[in-house]
Design a protein. Structure first.
Length: 152
């Protein structure tokens, strides 16, 4: 009976429909585990795709910020160049003003010296005149002339 049962079993399994049914049942059993793994993998893929979308959006935002920073840098560099030109202009004006000041200081010194020399000369002339006048007032002939009216 053992051998007959084995032969009947083999005949049963040799039927393509039976064999397909057995394979399908095994596949469904095994597929249940696989389907959980596939679902988990699909969920991971979905998470990663969402993360990729977020990262691409962040990358675009960073690119925009970088472009704005570069434009701002260009403006700042242009302003620096303009400021350098203005500083050079101001320095040139300062040098001219310092040269004018030095010339004015020299002129002032010359004018002060000339004024002082004129004062000394005027004081000397006045002293001389006062001495002559004092001598003249002591001389009786000159005194009469000095006391006489100028207009008659």
């Amino acid at each position: 009976m053992g051998l007959g049962l084995l032969i009947n079993g083999l005949k049963f399994l040799s039927n393509p429909l039976v064999l397909l049914s057995i394979l399908l049942a095994g596949s469904l059993t095994f597929g249940g585990c696989q389907s959980r793994r596939v679902k988990a993998l699909k969920a991971d893929i979905a998470e990663h795709k969402a993360e990729v979308v977020k990262l691409r959006a962040a990358n675009k935002a960073i690119d925009k910020m970088l472009a704005a920073a570069r434009a701002n840098l260009a403006q700042v560099e242009a302003q620096i160049e303009a400021d350098k030109l203005e500083i050079a202009t101001i320095r040139a004006e300062l040098e001219r003003a310092q040269a004018v000041r030095a010339a004015l200081e020299a002129d002032k010194a010359k004018a002060l010296k000339a004024s002082n020399d004129a004062r000394v000369d005027a004081e000397r002339t006045l002293k001389t005149f006062m001495e002559r006048y004092a001598r003249a007032t002591r001389d009786p002939g000159c005194q009469a002339i000095l006391e006489a009216p100028l207009c008659r």
